[in-house]
Ligand binder design. Structure first.
Ligand SMILES: NC(=O)c1ccc[n+]([C@@H]2O[C@H](COP(=O)([O-])OP(=O)(O)OC[C@H]3O[C@@H](n4cnc5c(N)ncnc54)[C@H](O)[C@@H]3O)[C@@H](O)[C@H]2O)c1
Length: 338
């Protein structure tokens, strides 16, 4: 198949390498808003360049991967769907859930498959955790703890268009909590910290956040995020049930230092970057997309899934701003109960 890739920054450049290595992908055409970025990458990987997203969509591709900055997602996604092309679009669908609802409305009924990028759904640890919950071996869950700590802040320009830490970073935790437990979030209570660089505050964002989520079966989930964790990229999910407790990310490369006398765990080189931690999951996710393009499976993470996660982010954003618990139903504007 012939695929197009739009947006060649941090994640787009990595996706380009993955796509050139997938046997299902016979040719790849790339574009970026910054032409030199596209040219440099195309020279390095020996792929074609299109002058614009429109030119790429018209170049005979069978499917499109969108890894451009978040604010460009709705326009690019809708253009691809209007061209009848299956789309993989990086999370989030849009900068706000309201915009995301509009995207879903316009895509609904098109019959075009759209996959949103939530790579934890393709990580072996997260898949094992989901299977453990589904099997009942944990008993009933009382506590879930989901952690994502970035080693260093993204650039100010990224933060300015990211939609804020809940929509940009915590959404991975929210999606993991929903997907692994199979439950919906009904209420959130969020707090934010601003002890880091001024550009977070200037963008109306927090550099650190915590949220308590109440699930529809009464389970409590605690989500913890920060842009400042120089020890490494720390992603964990703990599930505590009435029968057993399990953890994702509790392995030798966990970026955490024990101060217990004699403790030698974790001993490995800490994960230093999200691609280092989730490289295999990102590759599996795009391999799944080629199956979607080939018509062999439906999207493993739909716009509706991403929007449900988006409502949780909206509720957390409001909770932080107003300093109070917020029910997810309060922020929904799609009229659909999740
Ligand atoms: N799923 C994940 O785990 C994950 C991880 C990282 C980033 N992301 C998402 O991927 C997207 C990109 O993130 P990044 O870290 O690579 O950002 P980045 O800033 O490094 O790269 C963005 C690229 O998009 C290009 N771009 C912007 N608007 C464009 C347009 N209209 N057409 C073509 N190119 C355009 C920019 O020139 C830049 O090269 C964001 O939406 C982010 O949320 C997802």
């Amino acid at each position: 198949m012939r695929l197009g890739l739009i947006g060649l920054g941090r994640i787009g450049a990595f996706h380009a390498e993955t796509l050139t290595r997938l046997t299902a992908v016979e040719s790849l055409v790339v574009t970026d808003a910054v032409p030199q970025t596209a040219k440099r990458l195309a020279d390095r990987l020996d792929v074609e360049v299109a002058d614009s997203a429109a030119a790429l969509l018209a170049s005979g591709v069978d499917g499109v991967v969108i890894a451009a900055a978040t604010d460009a997602h709705p326009e690019l996604l809708l253009a691809a769907v209007e061209a009848g092309l299956p789309v993989f679009c990086e999370k989030p669908v849009a900068r706000s859930a309201a915009e995301g609802v509009e995207v879903l409305r316009r895509v609904s009924g098109s019959g075009v498959q759209v996959q949103i990028g939530y790579p934890r759904r393709f990580d072996e640890g997260f898949m094992a955790a989901r299977a453990a919950v589904a099997s009942g071996e944990l008993g009933w869950l009382h506590t879930v703890r989901s952690t994502t700590l970035d080693p260093a802040p993204p650039p100010p320009a990224y933060v300015a268009v990211s939609g804020g830490i809940f929509r940009d970073c915590s959404v991975h935790d929210f999606d993991a909590v929903r997907w692994v437990t199979g439950r919906e979030v009904v209420e959130v209570y969020a707090a934010g910290g601003n002890r880091g660089a001024d550009f977070f505050r200037e963008a109306g964002d927090a550099d650190t956040a915590s949220a308590v989520l109440t699930l529809d079966d009464g389970t409590l989930a605690v989500v913890s995020n920060s842009r400042y964790n120089p020890r490494g990229y720390d992603v964990r999910l703990e599930l505590h049930g009435s029968e057993d407790s399990i953890a994702v990310g509790l392995e030798d490369r966990l970026p955490l230092r024990s101060v217990e006398p004699g403790a030698t765990f974790p001993a490995g080189r800490p994960h230093d970057f999200f691609i280092d931690r989730f490289g295999a999951a990102f590759r599996a996710e795009l391999a799944a997309f080629t199956e979607v393009v080939a018509g062999r499976r439906t999207s493993p993470c739909t716009i509706a899934d991403a929007l449900e996660t988006g409502w949780i982010a909206e509720a957390c954003t409001l909770s932080l701003a107003e300093h109070r618990p917020v029910r997810v139903d309060e922020v929904r504007t799609d009229g659909v109960r999740g």
